[in-house]
Design a protein around this ligand. Structure first.
Ligand SMILES: [Zn+2]
Length: 231
């Protein structure tokens, strides 16, 4: 998951605060096998949504509360590699996710799965191709269900996108993630305009649009000014 996405879910997190199933789960929590900490039992209430990425040292997937529909991101990783499971520190974390983050991650997962599939698209690897094709198709079916949910709750995604674009990264983050931040902003801008164009009352977001039209990134500012003129 992109490290920045975790900051931009506040409106959504407010819903989870009153949920009977997941309100005790923190916005972010990390445990490791060399500490006595455990996740709260309520984590078992969450529905597990298919693995998005699988590598030898990390496993990440989305989870969703069955009652309030808040999304959570689960990740486990072993920075030292996993050859020696008994002596390797394994970290597990959960992060509450906003709809913008979920939308981006699902898009990315579908793309990654399609790219992966392409590698096996020849006669000699037909069996593997068929196997991964099936995986790809079931990911698409599952993603479609969540895209429909997001479409139906596009207000939350739009607020998330505004928060994402208006958030100022710290100077340290800027330095570390400069390129990643710019890519994320460009993606968030594209998604924001897509959802605003489909929203029945985009004028509701006039104040947010005005704020964003003064964004230090000239590309963002001018795209927003163009969009506002088109209203
Ligand atoms: Zn909940």
């Amino acid at each position: 998951m992109n490290p920045f996405l975790k900051h931009w879910f506040r409106r959504y997190a407010a819903i989870a605060r009153f949920c009977q199933d997941c309100s005790v789960l923190p916005d972010y929590m990390e445990i490791s096998n060399d500490t006595p900490d455990f996740f709260p039992d309520e984590i078992k209430n969450l529905e597990h949504i298919s693995a998005l990425k699988m590598t030898s040292s990390s496993d990440e997937h989305l989870m969703q509360c069955r009652i309030c529909h808040t999304y959570y991101w689960y990740r486990t990783h072993s920075p030292g590699g996993s050859e020696d499971a008994m002596h390797t520190t394994t970290y597990e974390s959960i992060t509450k996710m906003g709809l913008l983050g979920v939308y981006m991650e699902l898009q990315e997962a579908i793309q990654a799965s399609a790219d992966y599939l392409k590698q096996y698209d020849n006669e000699s690897t037909k069996i593997l191709y068929d196997f991964f094709l099936q995986e790809h198709e079931s990911l698409q079916i599952e993603a479609t269900r969540h895209f429909s949910y997001i479409e139906a709750h596009n207000d939350l995604l739009i607020w998330d996108a505004f928060a994402c674009l208006n958030a100022q990264a710290s100077a340290q983050e800027e330095e570390f993630y400069n390129r990643q931040l710019r890519q994320l902003e460009a993606q968030a801008l594209k998604i924001l305009i897509h959802f605003l164009s489909k929203h029945r009352h985009p004028e509701l977001f006039r104040d947010q649009l005005r704020l964003l039209s003064q964004h230090p990134n000239a590309v963002i500012a001018s795209s927003i000014i163009d969009y506002t003129r088109s209203l």
